[in-house]
Unconditional design. Structure first.
Length: 330
């Protein structure tokens, strides 16, 4: 076994076709497949050291010690790694995000992807991309999509071995831009884990899930053909279907704020006027506005002028989870 220490980084991703609802909540086996794009400018950087002197696992996020749920989720991933590597050492985990917490950008995807790569390497394992994706999924479902490069599909799979993500196109395939309009930087009141659990209480979830293969097909096709109009149509439909499920769950879950709706309406009207732009919204009030690179400056300016928009972050298609020196297992 090597020197027990490794550092890795990974990007968060934005889902074009969303994961919402599990068939196995412990393993995060999703009710439907999903497709996303990694976000190059944003990343988590995570160092893991297995240390014979430690009596329990320790976890700091942006320099602050994390306990309870956060530590439990990290600990259960470390447990898996220990089991796979046949070691019994505890670890120190230090994670940093280059995007501030509370910006509504899910740090769990990039965080668990970077943790999977760093922890498995530090434990002496050389996992391939599929095994890393499965490991990351066990920490946070969408983290499995932050392991491969660029535009990524997570096949639902139905079991632990077959539920993993793979690249469907490299980052340079299409110079799409995600202009993220932040309307709130508050911690979300209901976590996505709770939301996944509630999805089955919505009458609309079976219809959303049944139609997912068609939307996945349309999205894949739009990406391969660089067809922005087709992408816009299926991405907005998919986001609205997920929020329809959320709103009709018991208890109802409404992540949108008035500014969220304003941005969605503006984006619609900009597209009608010929601008290549569309929206998608995750489990929060902030709006991811996708557009082509040529119009991203114009889109950012327009978003910044809308009332309720606090800040706009801009991200391009990103690469895979990786080690600091650029070496990749894949
Ligand atoms: O991986 P989780 O449990 O944070 O769930 C992610 C859920 C959405 O962001 C709303 C959709 C998605 O596919 O990323």
């Amino acid at each position: 076994m090597g020197n027990y220490t490794a550092t890795a980084f990974a990007h968060p991703n934005i889902a074009f076709i969303k994961y919402w609802g599990d068939i196995d909540p412990d393993l995060h086996i999703p009710a439907n497949g999903s497709i996303s794009m990694n976000l190059r400018e944003l990343f988590s950087r995570t160092s893991v050291s297995f240390d014979p002197a430690l009596e329990h696992d320790q976890f700091t996020l942006d320099g602050r010690p994390i306990d309870k749920t956060g530590l439990e989720r990290v600990r259960s991933l470390l447990k898996k790694v220990r089991r796979m590597a046949g070691i019994e050492l505890f670890a120190t985990v230090e994670s940093h995000n280059n995007f501030p917490m509370g910006t509504g950008i899910a740090s769990s995807a990039s965080g668990f992807a970077a943790l999977s790569l760093a922890a498995s390497k530090a434990a002496g394992l050389n996992l391939d991309e599929k095994a890393l994706s499965c490991l990351a999924r066990s920490g946070s479902g969408s983290a499995c999509r932050s392991i491969p490069s660029g535009f990524v599909e997570w096949q639902a799979g139905g079991n632990d071995e077959e539920s993993y993500a793979f690249s469907i196109a490299p980052p340079e395939h299409w110079d799409l831009v995600d202009c993220i309009a932040l309307v709130s930087q508050d911690e979300k009141p209901i976590s996505s884990s709770e939301g996944h659990y509630m999805a089955k209480t919505s009458l609309l979830q079976p219809a959303r899930v049944a139609d997912a293969p068609r939307r996945l097909f349309l999205c894949r096709q739009a990406i391969h053909a660089h067809d922005f109009d087709a992408l816009a149509e299926v991405v907005e439909l998919d986001s609205n279907l997920m929020h329809a499920v959320m709103i009709t769950s018991t208890p109802p879950l409404l992540y949108w704020q008035p500014a969220t709706v304003t941005i969605m309406q503006e984006v619609e009207s900009w597209r009608k006027d010929g601008l290549m732009v569309c929206y998608t919204v995750d489990a929060g009030p902030n709006v991811h506005v996708l557009c082509s690179r040529e119009v991203s400056g114009e889109v950012t300016d327009r978003l910044q002028k809308l009332s309720g928009v606090q800040k706009v972050l801009v991200a391009h298609p990103g690469g895979p989870a990786n080690f600091e020196n650029g070496y990749s297992n894949t």
